[in-house]
Design a protein around this ligand. Structure first.
Ligand code: ADP
Length: 522
């Protein structure tokens, strides 16, 4: 097919089955690479329209396209949606009984199925592979392809087995799709899957319609209510780290007159599905959930996403917050964090295999750094994904809006903080160091004799929260590092330059802290 012929055929299909009249950015290129029989790796943010990229070409080609997908619920949603559009699609997973599975096999042999969704472990079974060798295979899609990489945030061992596909079906195009991949994950996906003559398509990660803000968690309940109250009768998602937090927050909100439902993997299947459905159908406005919620959910009118706890990586944050504003209209993403969250994650991540542990800790630190960034948050996120913005967002994040203000004497404050860390033999974490600088009568500080240090009480006019925040800002800016195990603060090479006055940090206060500070001085 000549190129324009291909485009026309694709546009016809888009129009006929989905009622769409144009491509979204990169969709056309992604679809063309499928039609040309090449391999591809497509990275588009959540809401970018990935599914269409690999579904539409199937209707312009002979044979069946196989889509590998990690979750049964995700497969079911997609198959249902395709059938509604009049496209013959089916899935093979553990939710089917034997007769249903046999029927799918019969339909496949008869060439009746255009798109087949299958779980990775199912695909790699011998019977399945030999059956696919018999039929006409159009191409293979690996959805959520970051699951193949240990560097990603959701490694799934079964995805590793997909390495064999290229050897088994060398003539068949393989197309990997993901919403989130750093450069390292990207090249790992390509290597693991043995992608050849690769069309690499990376969409813009910026979501200009989203407004980002970050706040330290003080009173979780009222901070959450504040956001909900800004969006009366609008849909919102509140993410918590643990199931217990989901339950308790949802209950407190309901007791206060809000109508919310919980969602986490510990709920009985029926209740979980009913709560999700009630949210999708706009019967309730707010869902309080763990990260189990959201994969593959396509609700366009989510107006806010609140993280009531720290996500474990920026990849997770980008994906979860990205569920807001899929319709392109303005939406708000609020992150409430506390240092304790990082410790909770650290304990959870400790149990991982050694080979992925180090990168998980790195991802967690990058997430913490985002909380203490002083750069436009849109830009910060983009840079993490190897992209950049031409200019700061101006009004779409708390930092550009000026919710934080730079302190004038950052060099002196930085020197006071680092001197204290040095005098404490670099053996303590942020909370302890803040207590020393504040001049706290904390028992541990007194027992260690640190009330005798010359730095004891040097920042006594500041709140502990502000001092802790500055400590973290110094970590983000590379003047300090934290040891992986006990989070002890260590002075870096640049930190020594700061002590000598050769490098200056940028330290921020929130506008509120700033007001309090000014009224103290007057
Ligand atoms: P992703 O998988 O990248 O998160 P989806 O494939 O779920 O995104 O698409 C997000 C939404 O955009 C869906 O409602 C989809 O139907 C819609 N969409 C995708 N492509 C187009 C298009 N070309 N024109 C209009 N709407 C589209």
């Amino acid at each position: 097919m000549a190129e324009t012929g291909m485009d026309d055929a694709l546009l016809d299909v888009l129009h006929e089955y989905w009622g769409y009249s144009e491509f979204r950015p990169l969709q056309q290129a992604a679809m063309t690479s499928v039609l040309e029989g090449r391999d591809s790796l497509v990275v588009l943010p959540t809401g970018g329209g990935k599914s269409l990229c690999y579904q539409a070409p199937a209707l312009c080609m002979e044979g069946t396209a196989v889509v590998v997908s990690p979750l049964i619920s995700l497969m079911k949603d997609q198959v249902d949606a395709l059938r509604v559009c009049g496209i013959s699609a089916a899935c093979l997973n553990s939710s089917l009984d034997q007769e249903e599975a046999r029927q799918v096999f019969r339909d496949l042999r008869a060439g009746k199925i255009k798109l087949l969704y299958v779980a990775p472990e199912r695909l790699m079974l011998e019977g399945m592979l030999s059956m696919l060798a018999e039929i006409r295979l159009a191409y293979i899609v690996i959805d959520e392809a970051h699951c193949v990489s240990m560097w990603g945030h959701d490694f799934r061992p079964h995805y590793r087995e997909l390495q064999e596909l290229k050897n088994i079906f060398p003539q068949c195009g393989i197309h990997a799709y993901t919403a989130t991949a750093t450069e390292q994950v990207r090249s790992d996906i390509a290597t693991q899957l043995g992608l050849q003559d690769l069309e690499l398509l990376i969409g813009s990660f910026d979501r200009p319609n989203l407004t980002y803000s970050v706040a330290r968690r003080a009173d979780r309940f009222s901070q959450v209510c504040e956001v909900i109250d800004r969006h009366p009768e609008e849909s919102g998602v509140i993410y918590c780290i643990s199931r217990a937090d989901v339950e308790s927050l949802s209950e407190s909100l309901n007791n206060a007159g809000y109508e919310t439902r919980p969602y986490h993997a510990g709920l009985p299947d029926e209740e979980r599905a009913a709560n999700q459905e009630a949210f999708i159908q706009d019967q309730i406005d707010v869902i309080v959930a763990t990260i189990a919620f959201g994969m593959g959910i396509d609700k366009p009118n989510v107006r806010y996403v609140i993280h009531a706890g720290l996500p474990k990586s920026l990849e997770n944050y980008q994906q979860e917050s990205g569920r807001a504003g899929r319709d392109g209209l303005e939406a708000e993403c609020v992150l409430l964090y506390s240092e304790q969250d990082a410790m909770i994650w650290q304990r959870i991540l400790e149990d991982q295999p050694d080979e992925s542990k180090a990168s998980s800790f790195e991802s967690l630190q990058a997430m913490q750094n985002y909380c203490h960034a002083f750069d436009c948050r849109h830009r910060y996120l983009m840079r993490h994904f190897g992209q950049d913005l031409e200019q700061d967002c101006d009004t779409a994040c708390d930092l550009c809006r000026g919710d934080f203000q730079q302190v004038d004497d950052a060099l002196v404050i930085g020197q006071k903080i680092l001197s204290s860390i040095y005098r404490q033999d670099q053996n303590y974490g942020a909370s302890y160091t803040a207590a020393v600088l504040k001049g706290s009568k904390d028992k541990k500080v007194l027992t260690n004799g640190h009330d005798q240090l010359s730095t004891y009480g040097l920042l006594k006019g500041e709140s502990l929260t502000t001092i802790r925040s500055w400590l973290n800002q110094l970590v983000t800016q590379g003047f300090l590092t934290k040891t992986a195990e006990y989070q002890q603060l260590r002075i870096t090479k640049t930190g020594w330059q700061l002590l000598k006055g050769e490098a200056t940090p940028q330290l921020m206060r929130t506008t509120q802290e700033n007001k309090a500070e000014k009224s103290r001085r007057t």
